[in-house]
Write a protein that binds this ligand. Structure first.
Ligand SMILES: [Zn+2]
Ligand SMILES: [Zn+2]
Length: 183
């Protein structure tokens, strides 16, 4: 959504496919809607962007849609958000804006940047598969309020979330068994 380096999408495709046992397809870019930009904050409203994503296309051929954007996202009660998802719904979005940041105004090394994006993608997609936030130490479904917390998380769901995800897949006809791939 908006300009995003295509290489990022290519890098994310396989880990998401492997981790969630899903076929992942990269779709053509969509423009960012001007109305979700908040001038005073110089940020884009996350919930409105998520709603826009679903409004522009019904994505009939897809079970889930993950919107990726380079702009900074917010919801009014937070300074920023890394992303947002519909709980047990179709759509999620993530932003590459914060994950790109390193300490003191530098850029994060590429491998750290990509690991962050994989974690965020799996976190937000986890919400779409019905997973709420989790308090287990290091679980992917833990709530991240900053990059430090994001970096401390394991790139995997805890056993409890994994069982809930397996159960969700079974109940909703995702018949491929979930793999246990590390990213
Ligand atoms: Zn979350
Ligand atoms: Zn968990």
């Amino acid at each position: 959504m908006g300009p995003v380096d295509p290489e990022i999408l290519q890098h994310l495709r396989q880990p998401i496919a492997d981790f969630l046992s899903l076929t992942v397809r990269i779709l053509p870019p969509k423009p960012l809607p001007a109305q979700v930009y908040h001038v005073a904050r110089d940020q884009h409203h996350s919930t409105q962007l998520l709603e826009y994503l679903l409004a522009v296309d019904d994505y009939q051929d897809f079970s889930r849609i993950l919107g990726i954007t380079a702009v900074d996202l917010y919801i009014p009660i937070f300074t920023f958000v890394f992303g947002e998802a519909q709980l047990d719904g179709k759509a999620a979005i993530i932003s590459t804006f914060r994950p790109r940041q390193g300490p003191a105004g530098t850029s994060a090394p590429h491998s750290i940047f990509m690991t962050r994006l994989i974690k965020l993608s799996l976190h937000e997609l986890g919400h779409t598969f019905g997973l709420p936030h989790c308090r287990q130490d290091g679980c992917l479904m833990g709530f991240d309020s900053n990059l430090e917390k994001l970096d401390q998380k394991n790139p995997k769901y805890c056993e409890y979330c994994r069982i809930m995800l397996d159960d969700y897949y079974t109940r909703n006809g995702f018949d491929q068994p979930l793999q246990r791939v590390k990213v």
